[in-house]
Design a protein around this ligand. Structure first.
Ligand SMILES: *Cc1c(COP(=O)(O)O)cnc(C)c1O
Length: 361
């Protein structure tokens, strides 16, 4: 049985994306090098920028976290200070990276059910003039909220700070313009809204800032500047590339284009979200977040209190029917999560809701 993944990744992918991995591929193969080039250019286009406008795409082997750590560990220099704006587990992960990489950092924490506000950010930056870089999550997958990146970016820009955004679970599923949002480094990965398979992450970088990272990486394999330099010199990776994952991703990007680009994909995810909201509400489920800050990527549902509920049992019963949901990650409330991204269509959401109803009965 082909299970459907209602998770934040890895996600359900199309048959044709999986088929793109059937051919063994050497790391110097012309088709592979061409795919790398097309992907690097294509990702910049999706972010509304180009090389001519001064942006670069660096692909980093590994999952999304590797890409974030590559950026944070390479672009924040020894005498710089990173401000981390946290309202969930992925923000906390950047704090961990800063500690392990011995990066000077300051943390501003918000509640998990509140957005990072531009006002608080502005005040925090004014109070701490040592700050040179700011990191924030766009779609906080812990809860599903969207932080107001453009407004936070405007504050960073006005105060001349380098702005790093983890747009892991939103890039490709939410229309974004890096320049308009004042983002200097945007990180996402192969197995989220572009709908490829796991294997790599990518950083979209403002070139003038990327150049400053030369010689200051804190890790050999995650040195962002050296990785870029390697890709630029001969189009190849410094170390074994995720060849098949790249081929699948090239196909996934073509399918994104065929679907109608990011705006069409966003519309599909929003349609999924609407059906999920309506279906789950009709079954008596309440959501953790207020609707104004809830994004259309993933939703946290509170454990119901009107009926006996055991998450393990609920999860297993849905799993047996071919629907994979996701546990919660909240620090203060019991919840589970359902994602709308990947090769999931409104009919799949209807079938999921029907299965939830059956399981509850
Ligand atoms: C998925 C995700 C990541 C990366 O997680 P990996 O397990 O390393 O792929 C980072 N940040 C956010 C917000 C995510 O949703």
């Amino acid at each position: 049985m082909q299970k459907l993944l209602f998770t934040p990744g890895p996600l359900s992918t199309s048959k044709t994306v999986k088929e793109a991995m059937l051919q063994d591929m050497g790391s110097r193969d012309h088709a592979f090098l061409l795919a790398v080039k097309e992907i690097r250019d294509g990702l910049l286009t999706l972010a509304g920028v180009s090389k001519e406008q001064g942006y670069e795409c660096v692909i980093v082997q590994g999952s999304g976290t590797f890409g974030v750590e590559s950026v944070v560990g390479s672009v924040v220099g020894a005498s710089d200070t990173l401000a981390i704006l946290v309202n969930g587990a992925y923000g906390e992960r950047i704090v961990k990276m800063a500690k392990i990489n011995r990066i000077n950092h300051l943390v501003h924490r918000f509640e998990e059910d509140e957005i990072v506000t531009p006002e608080a950010t502005e005040k925090f930056l004014e109070e701490n003039p040592a700050i040179t870089h700011v990191a924030c999550i766009h779609s906080e997958t812990t809860t599903g909220l969207f932080n107001p990146i453009e407004a936070i970016g405007a504050v960073c820009k006005a105060q001349n700070k380098v702005f790093i955004v983890d747009a892991m679970s939103s890039f490709g599923g939410v229309e974004m313009d890096m320049q308009q949002m004042h983002i200097d480094f945007l990180v996402s990965s192969s197995n989220k809204c572009i709908e490829g398979v796991p294997g790599f992450s990518f950083a979209l970088c403002k070139r003038t800032e990327l150049e400053k990272a030369k010689g200051q990486g804190r890790s050999l394999s995650l040195d962002l500047y050296d990785q870029w330099n390697g890709l630029e010199s001969n189009g190849q990776f410094r170390f074994t590339p995720p060849t098949l994952s790249i081929m699948a991703f090239r196909q996934a990007m073509k399918e994104l284009e065929t679907e109608g680009g990011v705006s069409a994909r966003q519309a599909r995810y929003q349609a999924n979200k609407k059906l999920l909201d309506e279906g789950m509400a009709a079954l008596g489920f309440r959501q953790y977040l207020q609707p104004e800050i809830q994004g259309h990527i993933i939703t946290s549902f509170l454990y119901p209190t009107h009926i006996p509920f055991n998450f393990e049992h609920f999860y297993n019963q849905l799993n047996d029917r071919g629907f994979v949901i996701y546990p919660g990650k909240l620090s203060k409330a019991d919840a589970f999560r359902i994602g709308n991204i990947g090769q999931i269509f409104p009919d799949d959401i209807k079938r999921l809701v029907t299965a939830v109803k059956e399981v509850l009965q």
